[in-house]
Design a protein. Structure first.
Length: 135
């Protein structure tokens, strides 16, 4: 009987470790994505390209936005609170706007600025409205 309890207890701890590992990877992807998105936006303002063949800003911004999207997707979320679910849905809207900005940036359309500004404003509101976890 004691052996089955130890086995069950160890399996529960491995799930906790896996969740923490997933959370760390998701945080890394989100942070790297934000840095790359910022670099892509700055390069787009200066119209930097490689030998006038390929624009570099949409590529860097696109990699950052996709990394941020994967980071948000793999971020563990197991709350039953309707308020947090609503905030998570709003986060999905800002992610869609970041992805739309890739398209607008690649087409060299000025709408990418509005998409990034609206998505950033939504993220700022979400940052302020999301309750902090007690440690």
């Amino acid at each position: 009987r004691k052996g089955s309890y130890e086995k069950e207890r160890r399996s529960n701890f491995s799930c906790i470790r896996l969740t923490n590992d997933m959370e760390q990877r998701a945080d890394f992807l989100k942070q790297a994505g934000i840095i790359l998105c910022f670099a892509g936006v700055v390069l787009q303002f200066f119209k930097f390209s490689i030998l006038d063949i390929m624009p570099l800003a949409p590529v860097i911004y696109g990699v950052g936005a996709i990394a941020m999207t994967f980071g948000r997707y793999f971020d563990p979320f197991d709350s039953t609170d309707p308020r947090l679910k609503r905030l998570r849905a709003q986060q999905c809207i800002s992610t869609i706007l970041y992805i739309a900005a890739i398209y607008f940036m690649w087409k060299n359309d000025g709408l990418w600025i509005y998409a990034v500004l609206i998505a950033s404003a939504i993220d700022m509101v979400l940052f302020l409205r999301t309750p902090k976890a007690d440690k």
